[in-house]
Design a protein around this ligand. Structure first.
Ligand code: ZN
Length: 459
């Protein structure tokens, strides 16, 4: 293998010598041209040929060949914004390239690029651009300027909420690059620009009641600007239904504040009801007063543009337990009251009578006419009927337990339908109206419409 390699390399050397000899033989060159050609070949062979780059008469760099220079300018082109590309041409047009002889190690493309930018700092500078939501906002020479500006903006938004956590809602990117020196902003300006608003053109349809003054006011614009961006000379050429361009402002950066808020809140007490058979039905008694408790509630709040937009409860800590109210509910049923205090005499009880059935109890005695009829229980008057047939003047009362009582043949009725009556209240006078043979109270007790023996209810 080794032998073979040596042989092939020998062959190559021979052939290259031959080709040079061939060119020399065939060319008819003037002495001077030949000298230059020979010199060049000599440089190539001894590898001391290089290119010197000069700009504005100043030596910038020495590179091994044109490729390194190409790569260096390529690096610049890649790092400048599209709008700045023409400036690279300006730079390139100022570069003077001369072949030189030198022995030292050549510069790398990256070093050459830096040297070029450094030399041409009147036109181009290395710097950092900041993009917010993919839009270029500003450029500065120091990455720290951007960091500081962003921190200061966050801090300023926390002014009223020192405990809050502040963060940007926007996509923020910092890109290193080469920019026009005139566009590089100082530190203070970076913050001012980032903390400002941007204006977007939005269509607005002119309403019937709109005036130019109102539209301008609505969008915080002045009338000349409003007319100008719509290419109008006067408001006379604006009509309802027209679409106008208006400017709507929006912050460049949007800060979200997240903070905790602790509030003391009352805990309402509950009411525990207990039945009490010693207490009359319909009555209740407080056995234990209730009192409200206290708890500390922690909320997580989110503020955007100074407004609360979300409130989430994250913790609830009881400081004082509430004390429940205890309520006794009476279950003792009200007993039926004898409806005619004048007499307790029953002249005809509930049950079979003659060939029929007597569905009530007749209460009567001498002198009973015109005496009081009392409500047997608390209740609401269901019906008052006046007339001289059947029950005659009569009253039906609904009671809370679902029963009804009926008072018939009254001389006088002293209540009205839907009137609330209490036990013992005078509701009419004993008489003999309707199918009656003499003054008496015909008294009935009904459960679900079925007439029961009143003797089982009243004593
Ligand atoms: Zn009767």
């Amino acid at each position: 293998m080794r032998t073979s390699n040596l042989r092939s390399s020998n062959v190559k050397k021979k052939s290259s010598k031959n080709s040079i000899q061939l060119i020399l033989k065939k060319s008819i060159l003037p002495i001077s041209a030949f000298t230059l050609f020979a010199t060049t070949v000599y440089y190539w062979n001894t590898k001391t040929y290089g290119l010197s780059l000069e700009c504005n008469g100043q030596h910038i760099a020495t590179v091994a060949d044109g490729k390194v220079y190409e790569e260096a300018t390529h690096l610049i082109r890649n790092q400048v914004l599209p709008s700045e590309k023409f400036k690279v041409h300006t730079v390139e047009s100022k570069i003077k390239i001369t072949p030189v002889s030198f022995d030292e190690c050549c510069m790398q493309p990256e070093t050459v690029k830096n040297k070029l930018v450094e030399q041409l700092n009147e036109i181009l500078s290395s710097g950092y651009s900041i993009y917010v939501n993919d839009s270029l906002i500003t450029i500065t020479d120091n990455e720290e300027n951007i960091k500081t500006a962003l921190e200061e903006i966050l801090e300023s938004k926390k002014q009223n909420f020192p405990e809050a956590k502040a963060e940007f809602e926007d996509k923020i990117e910092v890109k290193k690059g080469i920019f026009s020196t005139e566009n590089i902003q100082p530190k203070e300006k970076v913050k001012e620009i980032l903390d400002s608003k941007k204006y977007n053109t939005t269509p607005y349809i002119v309403q019937d009641e709109d005036s130019i003054v109102e539209i301008a006011k609505k969008f915080d614009m002045d009338i000349p600007s409003l007319l100008a961006i719509n290419n109008k000379n006067s408001e006379d050429s604006i009509f309802p239904g027209d679409t106008l361009n208006v400017l709507v402002s929006d912050n460049i950066l949007h800060v979200k504040l997240t903070m905790l808020e602790r509030l003391k809140e009352e805990i309402p007490y509950e009411t525990i009801c207990e039945e009490d058979s010693n207490l009359m039905k319909g009555h209740q008694e407080v056995a234990q007063e209730g009192s409200t408790g206290l708890e500390e509630v922690t909320y997580r709040l989110i503020y955007k543009e100074g407004k609360e937009i979300n409130r989430e409860e994250i913790e609830r800590k009881i400081l004082n337990e509430p004390i429940p109210e205890k309520l006794l509910i009476g279950t003792k049923a009200q007993e039926y009251l004898w409806p005619v205090p004048f007499t307790k005499k029953v002249t005809s009880p509930f049950g079979p009578r003659n060939k029929g059935y007597h569905y009530g109890m007749d209460i009567a005695c001498k002198g009973v006419v015109g005496t009081d009829i009392l409500a047997a229980k608390d209740g609401i008057v269901e019906k008052v009927s006046l007339g001289n047939k059947g029950y005659g003047n009569h009253i039906i009362i609904n009671h809370e337990d679902g029963t009804q009582t009926l008072y018939a043949h009254c001389k006088k009725v002293n209540v009205k339908t839907n009137q609330k009556v209490t036990q013992g209240e005078q509701i009419g006078l004993v008489g003999s109206t309707g199918d009656s043979t003499g003054p008496h109270l015909h008294f009935e007790v009904r459960i679900n419409g079925v007439r029961k023996n009143p003797a089982d209810f009243v004593s």
